[in-house]
Each structure stands twice: as structure tokens, then as C-alpha cells.
Design a binder for this molecule. Sequence first.
Ligand SMILES: C[C@H](CCC(=O)NCCS(=O)(=O)O)[C@H]1CC[C@H]2[C@@H]3[C@H](O)C[C@@H]4C[C@H](O)CC[C@]4(C)[C@H]3C[C@H](O)[C@]12C
Length: 312
Amino acid sequence: MCTCITYENGDFYFGRNLDLDCSFGEKVTVTPRNFSLNFCKSPRLEHHYAMVGMASAADSFPLYAEAMNEKGLCMAGLNFPGNALYQEACGEGIEVASFEIIPWILARCATVAQARDYLSQMRVINTSFSPQMPPAPLHWMVADRENCLVIEAVRHGLKIYDNPYGVLTNNPPFDYHLMNMNNYLNLTPQCPDNRFSSKLNLNSYAQGMGALGLPGDASSASRFVRAAFFKWNSVSKKDEASNVSQFFHILDGVAMIRGSVITEEGKYDITTYSCCMNTRTGMYYYKTYDDSCVRQVDMYGEDLEGGALVFV
Ligand SMILES: C[C@H](CCC(=O)NCCS(=O)(=O)O)[C@H]1CC[C@H]2[C@@H]3[C@H](O)C[C@@H]4C[C@H](O)CC[C@]4(C)[C@H]3C[C@H](O)[C@]12C
């Protein structure tokens, strides 16, 4: 499971928890403007926008879990098993393999509006990166300061949703989460009044009682609601340190603690890492399960005119 959020408070931030029962060889990876991007079905891109994010360290192609480009466009992939359906390549439309979609979009789009144009013509195809790395069943969130979309390749084709919450988790499909949010419209961060019955003397006897009913478990639907509640009621000062701290506090509220979620294979799902990207400054912040010290990588600290991937 995973949780992805946007956060706007002066600057605009994008990040996620990556919840998994093992490592995928992740490294903070900068793709400079002149790294040659080879795609399965689209022409090679020799020059493009630079990007930074967490990727599986392969020299030939940046296998991003999430990334941000130098224009402030961001994209993340989250597990979507049982619902993601990628198509056979057949030469129609813009064919992009699932592992290519993040670099494909971030290399050439500055805004969500541009991404939407490409996505509306796109077919996500089931080509593998390598025999050892079959396609991962994912859906994606793409966002800039103005807009946020969710992209789901399902049985009926590619669905593109506007995402007014700026939150994404996992199954079921996004329209379920849109509907499910309405079940929680009564929650409030305020001290609640007695609305149960005017004939009863009911009192708020502790802090936080306005959000009684906010789901506390690690399921995807519950994390969606909890992340949205924390994000949309968040208050922080507008300086960088306060914003980044607040962002990680929101993610901590939906993080997975080892032992509390056991997969069908008997493994422990944990929040392997959490990250936060500032779309104006190109800063990628992250912390890991065993090291809560926040590290930072400055995209502009690397040679963005370079031609090779940089693993930081
Ligand atoms: C597992 C990650 C999503 C996190 C998540 O939602 N976990 C849920 C765990 S569970 O089901 O709920 O138990 C996804 C996000 C991006 C994925 C990676 C990226 O797509 C890049 C490549 C793509 C290759 O096809 C497979 C390896 C891979 C390196 C992927 C491994 C894995 O599937 C990642 C890391």
C-alpha cells in the first residue's frame, strides 16, 4: 500500500509513502536533460526536461516510483493489483509501457494540461522492462500547482479522473474513493456540539472528538480518508522547514508500522520510505523506516546538462 499527497502552502509540494514488504533497489535518481531516453514504441528522446525521484537503480532507464521535473510537474505510481490492465501493443495511439509512463510524461510536459492531452491518446502496454521485472500493476497520480489527475488503465481502457483531494492510495478504483469521502462529511477538527438529541445532555469530554469515526486502520480506503482529513485541515507556517515538517507529519499519520500489516505471503508491509518534493526549488526530501532523519537532494546541485543518470 502506498499513500501519495500534494500540499500547497505558499510553495507546492508532492510526495508519498512507499509501503512494501521488500526493497526494490531504490535510489534517489536524477535524470539530466541530455540522458538519452529509449522508449519501447516512441522515438528516442535525446533532450528533455530534467527530473528527480526515487527509482530502481538501472543504468539504462530510470525506473521511477515517483518523480518531479524541473517545471514542477510530478507523478507517482501506486499499486493497483487486480484492476490494472495493460494492453498488447498493436500500433494504435501513443503506446507507452507501464514502466515508462513517469519518465515519458515528465520528460516532455510542463503542466498537467499538457499531460492530459498526451494521456487522452495513450495506450498503456504490457511490455516488460526485463524478464526479471514484469509489469507492476499500478495507477498513477500526476499533479502540478493547479491541477491533479488520477490515471487508471483498466478493462475499459485508460480512465483519467480529476482529483480534487490531491490524495491517492490503492484499491479499489478511484471513483470508489471519490464516493467514499462523502461518508465522512460530518467529521470536524473542531470541538463537536451535541447534535445527537437536544433532549440528552451529551458533552465533549476530550480533544479530538469531532473526528471520532475517522478510520484508523491501514486499508487503502481508510488511509485515503485519513490523509485527506489531515491534509485539508493542515495548518503550518509558510517557511520551508515548517512545510516539509508538516508534510511528513501528514504522511506519518498514514504510515505502516512493522508487524501491523502482514501480507498473504506472511511478509510485513512497512513504510520503506517517505518523500516530499518542493516543485519550485527542485529539492527532494526523504526519510526511511529505520532512519527518521530527513535527508535532502537538490536537483539543481547536479549537472542537469549531463548525459548519464545520477544515483545520489
Ligand atoms: C510497489 C510500489 C508501489 C507501492 C505500493 O503501492 N505498495 C503496495 C504493497 S501491497 O500490494 O499493498 O502489499 C511500486 C511503485 C513503482 C513500482 C516500480 C516502478 O514501476 C518501476 C519498475 C517497473 C517494473 O516493471 C517492475 C519493477 C519496478 C521497479 C516497480 C516495482 C514496484 O512495483 C514499484 C516500486
